[in-house]
Design a protein. Structure first.
Length: 274
């Protein structure tokens, strides 16, 4: 079995998706587009992740999950800093496929957001509902993220896109900070969103290997999971090609270790109903 722990859907319009700057992504990407792609790749299920910071986005993805069996979970968005956060969370928390929340912290400046009293108060409440939180940051935000995670030792976190390092840049600072973050056993990591961090199209699998190896060394096979980041991945690689790259990297592992990365970890940490 293979579970894709990270993909997106959208009905494209420029006002709601201002962050989309490439023509390849300026169109609709819907379940009807993804279903044949995952079937060809041999992927049985996916987790749909928010791409807009709105309550309507969460409801939209949950509606998709209700009519598309292959969507096993939804990582939504809610205004975590709002005084109404708990009441809003209660409107979706009992949905079978609502599994996590995410905020686009990578677009927030400095430590004012991730270390703010209001944001941390909202995060603190997630453990009472058994809700996982997905962390979306750039590598320069890792230091603040370590401080943030340390405030919530009983909360499960999933790092998206290996913290989006500058691919083929100086790996040492990223690797050091990632290793420190990984010392917290309540943090998991998605092998996703890596190729799109290259600023050129001449990247090679060899260039990816140090990043793969670092993630494996610091998180181990029990806290890593495969994610496609479809359709964003299409900027650099096809869905099937990215899956094949990941599978080739983990081919040196035992069959059970491979299964952990390909589906078991995502199923367990998101509490998916497979």
């Amino acid at each position: 079995m293979i579970i894709d722990a990270h993909q997106h859907f959208w009905n494209y319009n420029p006002k709601e998706y201002e962050w989309i700057s490439d023509d390849i992504l300026r169109k609709d990407f819907l379940p009807i587009n993804l279903k044949p792609v995952i079937k060809e790749a041999g992927v049985e299920g996916t987790i749909a992740v928010q791409a807009r910071q709105s309550i309507s986005e969460t409801n939209y993805l949950l509606q998709i999950s209700e009519t598309n069996e292959f969507v096993k979970g939804v990582v939504g968005w809610l205004p975590i800093m709002s005084i109404n956060f708990i009441s809003l969370l209660e409107t979706v928390v009992n949905h079978d496929k609502f599994v996590a929340l995410r905020h686009v912290i990578q677009d927030e400046s400095g430590s004012e957001f991730i270390l703010s009293k209001e944001f941390n108060k909202g995060i603190e409440s997630l453990k009472y509902f058994g809700i996982t939180y997905d962390i979306l940051i750039y590598e320069h935000q890792l230091s603040d993220t370590i401080l943030f995670v340390d405030r919530h030792p009983n909360q499960i976190f999933i790092l998206n896109h290996i913290a989006k390092p500058k691919m083929c840049g100086n790996i040492n600072i990223w690797a050091k900070n990632l290793a420190e973050l990984a010392e917290r056993d309540n943090v998991y990591c998605k092998l996703s969103g890596m190729v799109t961090e290259f600023n050129h199209n001449n990247w090679t699998i060899k260039q990816l290997n140090p990043y793969f190896e670092t993630c494996l060394n610091v998180f181990g096979t029990n806290r890593l999971m495969f994610g496609s980041d479809w359709p964003v991945c299409l900027l650099k690689v096809s869905y099937k090609e990215w899956l094949e790259i990941v599978r080739e990297f983990i081919s040196k592992l035992s069959s059970d270790e491979q299964s952990c990365i390909l589906h078991k970890n995502a199923t367990n940490v998101y509490n998916l109903k497979i």
